[in-house]
Design a protein around this ligand. Structure first.
Ligand code: WT7
Length: 634
């Protein structure tokens, strides 16, 4: 796929009539210039669109860089803006969230109702002893209670750590342990492709491994029999019916820099990083980016098809749409269940106006052919979006033509768990080129540089860096500030730039093309995985002495995992062992980490210093030239 990243720059797509005239951002160039001329004034103006209990003293405090502070001295709470302020206006009657379960059950919650549910659950959490600053781990499928639990934590000043419902018990246990969560919110199960995902079983196993958890609150979703441990496990609906669950819950007044959530993501080591985001700047950043990039209006029905367990869901399913008073849609299950028209059917039925999803989902649905979307009236759509990995031009064109009927600009948004919100992205008025995330958002000082920090000329690869801080940035790696400094700020320490970890290039029009990760991070179906996580999963099996994994391009998933294993003396290579290892990885890391192919080898290509040369394995696996082997140990 990587060869497709430099298509003819003449392939331009211009917005259809009406898109630009009505958009929030009409003159990107002027706004961008304004933001760069006075960064603090620009963000202060954006922050003024939100409610604060007390105003800030300093917009940006860089006195302890790279531990930047935004809106220091300001007092707020994300739920003040996402809920409390709306119930005082006409929006109390507006639908905040429309939800459809995979079996077809439907829920819609007005702002008033959502506010009440959040208040009730906030009181429940408080009654369980959860206090400001405590961490709560949340492990659920895509159901409204997930958003309610997140918002309730935020409201009472607790720090949520949402763990994606596809993670294994070991991965969940590691994250519980790292965050030291005494309270965990989960569900009995989740629906996926007509089957039950047994979430509570995974939780039981994880809590067995990580006994810090004292209380488990369980939402009844699938209704199958599960084990409930007396004195530890409580049904959500029971608690929500207690008198303690009053619909009035005081919102905790938070400092702008108080933590809002931890979200674990993969890095270059086996240990996942707890990316920490805070209350004040994050709100400002995600609401501005969503409003300007997806041009959110009151009439819209916004569908971000990600999972709330990832940053995309945190920022753009839960928090930003609510801050903007928008109507959001959420769907529980698989895109092709019971038929490959499920998404298109729901777009038609709910009149979705904006769809935001990932290249892997687009490619997956494209495979089923045009007949499925063509059966449905998709004319409510006015904008489309994509995120997670570079989109190949073929999928872009399909999305544009078959789904958007050439009327909907596609917002290809480049960003990261760490950045909190969109960073390199068009706004609807842009001319687009399939595969390019285009230009930096206002306030984002992005560049592509070489080893020495010089801007690379068009057409040449370099490191994507952000030269000045932005309000949505991560503040640290939870419990590991050194890792934060080392990972993001050490390469260009002298200059004080943020290293994104991606390589990219400019084209002749100054558009940015993101190529991929420079580190040992893989993107499988848009999910981020460290090679080290998969490798340590494999090595934890008694038969495996050493392993190396690589990503190999795949038409649908973007990448699939190939694993090379050296077995311990006495272990017999066999097909059964391969299956056993795949199962082992599923259990240790999660289904997304399961290698598509396992190969047993005698040696691995390494540098003299012992670092595995994944580049060589990759070339071999694809039958390509192995390149410069001068550092290879022979
Ligand atoms: C990595 C971050 C941000 C939410 C989802 C992913 C890749 C993300 C794009 C895009 C090319 C992209 C990068 C980035 N990536 N969006 N539009 N074009 N690459 O968040 O799991 O933190 O992963 O995803 O490699 O560094 P994440």
């Amino acid at each position: 796929m990587s060869d497709e990243f430099s298509p003819p720059t003449s392939e331009w797509y211009y917005p259809a009539n009406g898109v630009v005239e009505n958009a929030h951002v009409k003159d990107y160039k002027a706004i961008y210039k304004e933001s760069m001329d006075d960064l603090e004034a620009f963000w202060a103006k954006r922050a003024e669109t939100l409610d604060w209990y007390e105003p800030w003293d300093t917009v940006l405090d860089d006195s302890n860089a790279p531990f930047f502070k935004w809106f220091s001295g300001g007092k707020t709470n994300v739920t003040l803006n996402a809920l409390d302020r709306h119930v005082k206006t006409w929006r109390r009657n507006k639908i905040a969230m429309i939800w459809e379960g995979e079996p077809g059950d439907k829920v819609s919650l007005s702002y008033w109702r959502l506010w009440q549910e959040v208040n009730k659950f906030g009181n429940v959490l408080r009654s369980m002893g959860v206090k400001k600053g405590d961490t709560v781990t949340i492990y659920m499928g895509r159901i409204p209670e997930l958003a309610i639990a997140m918002l309730a934590c935020a409201k009472i000043g607790a720090v949520h750590s949402v763990v994606y419902g596809g993670f294994s018990d070991q991965a969940l246990a590691d994250r519980i342990e790292d965050a030291q969560s005494r309270v965990l919110v989960t569900a009995d199960g989740a629906w996926l492709r007509g089957n039950i995902v047994h979430l509570k079983d995974v939780v039981d196993e994880a809590v067995h491994r990580s006994p810090v958890v004292e209380t488990i609150i369980v939402v009844r979703r699938t209704g199958h029999d599960i084990r409930m441990e007396q004195g530890r496990d409580y049904w959500y609906h029971d608690l929500m019916n207690l008198p303690i669950a009053s619909p009035i819950c005081e919102t905790e007044v938070m400092d702008a820099e108080d933590p809002l959530f931890i979200l674990y993501t993969s890095g270059t080591t086996g240990k996942p990083k707890g990316v920490l985001h805070t209350q004040g700047g994050y709100q400002v950043y995600i609401s501005t980016t969503l409003e300007w990039v997806f041009d959110i209006k009151d009439e819209d029905r916004w569908w971000c098809a990600a999972d709330p367990g990832w940053i995309t869901g945190h920022s753009y399913i839960v928090y930003a749409p609510l801050i903007l008073g928008a109507t959001g849609f959420m769907y529980e299950g698989a895109p092709n269940f019971p038929y490959p028209n499920r998404w298109w059917k729901m777009i038609e039925e709910y009149g979705i106006t904006i769809l935001y999803t990932a290249p892997t989902a687009i490619r997956g649905l494209m495979r089923f052919g045009d007949a499925w979307p063509k059966r449905h009236n998709l004319s409510s759509l006015r904008l489309l979006g994509t995120v997670g990995e570079p989109i190949n031009p073929e999928a872009w064109r399909w999305y544009h033509t078959v789904i958007g009927k050439e009327q909907c600009p596609i917002m290809d948004t480049w960003w990261q768990t760490e950045t909190g919100g969109f960073m390199i992205t068009p706004v609807p008025s842009f001319g687009l080129k399939p595969g390019s995330a285009t230009r930096p958002f206002p306030g984002i000082d992005a560049d592509i540089v070489d080893e020495d920090g010089n801007t690379v000329p068009p057409g040449e690869d370099g490191f994507l860096v952000i030269k000045r801080p932005w309000p949505g940035m991560l503040r640290t790696v939870y419990g590991d500030p050194e890792r934060y400094k080392e990972q993001y700020w050490s390469k260009y320490q002298k200059q004080g730039w943020y290293l994104a970890g991606d390589s990219a290039r400019f084209d002749d029009d100054n558009y940015i093309w993101v190529i991929g990760r420079i580190d040992d991070v893989l993107k499988v179906s848009g999910y981020r995985l460290g090679t080290a996580e998969v490798e340590s999963g494999l090595v934890s099996h008694p038969a495996v002495a050493e392993s190396a994994v690589i990503g190999i391009p795949d038409e649908v998933k973007g990448n699939v995992i190939y694993a090379y294993c050296i077995l311990v003396a006495g272990a017999e290579p066999s097909e059964d062992l391969k299956d056993e290892l795949k199962n082992h990885v599923r259990h240790e890391v999660g289904p997304i980490a399961v290698p598509a192919k396992i190969e047993f080898v005698e040696t691995l290509p390494k540098t003299r210093s012992g670092k595995i040369m994944r580049r060589v394995l990759k070339a071999r696996a694809q039958g390509l030239p192995e390149g410069d082997l001068s550092t290879l140990e022979r």
